[in-house]
Design a protein around this ligand. Structure first.
Ligand SMILES: Cc1cc2nc3c(=O)[nH]c(=O)nc-3n(C[C@H](O)[C@H](O)[C@H](O)COP(=O)(O)OP(=O)(O)OC[C@H]3O[C@@H](n4cnc5c(N)ncnc54)[C@H](O)[C@@H]3O)c2cc1C
Length: 312
């Protein structure tokens, strides 16, 4: 049964027109209609995760005057670190999108339609004018049908590693399910769950475990791929390369010669290689000199790169 947009329970959200999630074709059609009916419409997008960034760029393309607000200091904080977030913020600014981090919406103002968002920013209240407010603040699994049927539910419909619910004759997968306390919001784990469940239903032995994921931002001209850890833990090493002028930032987190995290901004040519290497847990120690620049090249032909190394 999937999931739906999580709408925060702030004053004004349920009462006012001009407030939307970003989930369905219906949401998209509505946002498009509003933007077309009022050129230069002031849109505030709340939440700068993957979807929020995509919504902000989409609305800007439709001619809206867009402000993207994010509670945390780092944009897409599940996928990016502070340096990558700065690059993303600069790229959004060149597209005419205002970004406000550390900015927490408190309530929506207006009579019948929204006219402003009251936020707290740096400890002080502030009012952002808005004709349209789009919440991209996460998803809520559609577990009501399962709950009514008496199945065990947490945030989602609880399943074991065979995707079985608390009733052995009922399985669940996708955004409605919860496995080991995790819920899901991307296609890749859902497809893996479908593969496992297909084998289970054919009577084969199969177990689901959370796969390693690559997260990609789908905004043309803004290439960002992220997989694994974002920040190094004690004892891990960080290799990074940063070229702000070219809009390129790469960061690799390594432990015992193995990749534990990969963050690529602006240059994602070797993303597939990193993903396969991360998946296979291959030892990359011998490739260290070219790991940030051209990892798929033969080590013997490599030219050492200007690489910074940090030990956390
Ligand atoms: C705007 C947007 C962009 C996205 N971009 C990406 C992306 O780039 N990459 C990525 O990996 N993921 C992306 N996702 C997430 C991805 O779409 C979801 O993770 C995926 O669709 C989840 O699949 P699902 O089958 O669990 O749920 P859904 O695709 O939501 O399907 C659930 C279906 O169940 C139906 N249903 C619900 N209740 C009932 C009921 N009681 N009876 C019968 N039917 C019912 C619903 O109508 C729906 O058709 C995006 C999502 C959104 C909203």
């Amino acid at each position: 049964t999937g999931a739906r947009s999580s709408m925060p329970s702030l004053p004004g959200v349920a009462e006012l027109d001009g407030v939307s999630g970003f989930r369905s074709l219906h949401d998209v059609a509505r946002l498009r209609d509003w933007s077309r009916a009022r050129p230069g419409v002031r849109a505030v997008v709340v939440g700068a995760g993957l979807l929020g960034v995509e919504a902000a760029v989409g609305l800007r393309r439709l001619g809206a005057d867009v402000t993207l607000v994010h509670r945390r200091p780092v944009l897409m904080n599940r996928q990016l670190d502070a340096s990558a977030s700065s690059l993303l913020e600069a790229a959004l600014a060149t597209r005419g999108i205002r970004v406000r981090t550390g900015c927490d919406p408190k309530r929506l103002l207006g009579d019948t339609s929204v006219s402003a968002v009251e936020v707290e920013e740096g400890g002080a209240p502030r009012t952002l004018p808005a004709d349209l407010v789009v919440f991209a603040t996460g998803i809520t699994p559609n577990r009501e049908l399962a709950q009514t049927a008496g199945l065990d539910c947490g945030a989602g419909v609880r399943v074991d590693s065979t995707l079985r619910t608390s009733d052995p004759h009922v399985h669940a997968l996708g955004e409605c399910c919860e496995f080991q306390g995790n819920t899901y919001g991307l296609v890749a784990p859902v497809q893996e769950q479908a593969n496992v469940l297909a084998r289970v239903l054919k009577g084969r032995r199969a177990r689901y475990c959370d796969p390693s994921l690559v997260t990609r931002l789908k905004v043309s001209g803004l290439d960002i791929h992220s997989m694994g850890q974002v920040e190094a833990l004690a004892g891990q090493q960080t290799l990074w390369l940063s070229d702000a002028e070219a809009g390129v930032y790469k960061k690799l987190i390594i432990e015992d010669g193995r990749l534990r995290g990969v963050l690529l901004v602006g240059d994602v040519r070797h993303s597939q290689w990193y993903f396969q290497t991360h998946q296979s847990d291959r030892d990359v120690s011998a490739l260290r000199d070219v790991l940030l620049t051209d990892p798929s090249r033969d080590d013997d032909e490599s030219t050492p790169a200007d690489v910074s190394v940090e030990v956390a």
